[in-house]
Design a protein around this ligand. Structure first.
Ligand code: KIV
Length: 266
């Protein structure tokens, strides 16, 4: 795989090549995802829910995002690493937004940042893109707005709501985003947005007509076998079961004296 850049992701839309993005939060997972040829690695603030065990993404801090971004970057050299801007890292002022985006690039060594919000976030998107930092937008279901939305619900179902999301899509493109994540919106709305925008759309729960698709790695790997997943998650592996089986085999072997064996001794 070549070194992936934001302009290359834009070109993929023009040439009709599907874009793939997965989240990762650690160096070994980033390495595996990159070796699989996935072009974009998202250090999502979902780290708060799937790794730290918070109920929402809201408690995630800038320091945590910098740490995970740096870890992912240490495991990947070719994929484009996109780091999420956590809640309250861009809302207070444009200078805060610029400073925090700069931290993810300088300290985390990300190649791009991602921000939640459409029209309302367009000032921050413009401010960051004016610093020549590639910025990905995220509209539709925006998990940092969970309290306003009253839960993780499909957005843009009615005509008026769909029009608001369409306006959000236009606003983020206009503000300088190089791509936009569409989360949990009807497939037909995602199709209209994808047809109208010149920047790529990357869907999660937004149907098949987007320019690319993204999933949260832990969910698609089945790391939490008992977790109730949203409809749009497809589980590609059962790593949770593999971990549990390995841990219980280890326990059995220690208890029975089969581990460590001769070959493990000095
Ligand atoms: O934080 C995250 O993992 C995300 C994806 C759901 C797109 O924003």
């Amino acid at each position: 795989m070549k070194n992936i850049t934001a302009p290359m992701i834009l070109e993929m839309k023009q040439s009709g090549d599907k874009i793939t993005m997965l989240t990762a939060y650690s160096s070994p997972m980033a390495r595996l995802v990159e070796e699989a040829g996935v072009q974009l690695i998202l250090v999502g603030d979902s780290v708060g829910m799937v790794e730290a065990g918070y109920e929402t993404t809201l408690p995630v801090t800038m320091d945590e995002m910098v740490y995970h971004t740096r870890s992912v970057r240490n495991g990947s050299s070719k994929a484009l690493v996109v780091a999420d801007m956590p809640f309250m890292s861009y809302q207070e002022s444009l200078s805060e937004a610029r400073r925090n985006a700069g931290r993810l690039i300088k300290e985390g060594r990300a190649g791009a940042v991602k921000i939640e919000g459409g029209l309302k976030a367009s000032g921050a998107i413009r401010a960051i893109s004016d610093m020549d930092v590639p910025i990905m937008a995220h509209i539709g279901l925006t998990p940092q707005s969970v309290h306003r939305m009253g839960g993780y619900k499909v957005q843009g179902r009615g005509k008026e709501d769909a029009e608001i999301i369409m306006e959000d899509a236009r606003a983020v493109q206009e503000a300088g985003a190089f791509a936009v994540v569409l989360e949990a919106i009807p497939a037909m709305l995602a199709r209209m947005i994808t047809q109208e925008l010149s920047i790529p759309t990357i869907g999660i729960g937004a149907g098949p007509y987007c320019d690319g698709q993204v999933l949260v790695l832990n969910d698609m790997l089945g790391l939490e076998p008992d977790k109730k997943q949203l409809k749009f998650v497809k589980q590609y592996a059962n790593i949770g079961k593999a971990v549990k089986d390995a841990a219980s085999e280890f326990k059995k072997e220690v208890e029975s004296g089969h581990f460590p064996g001769k070959e493990h001794c000095y």
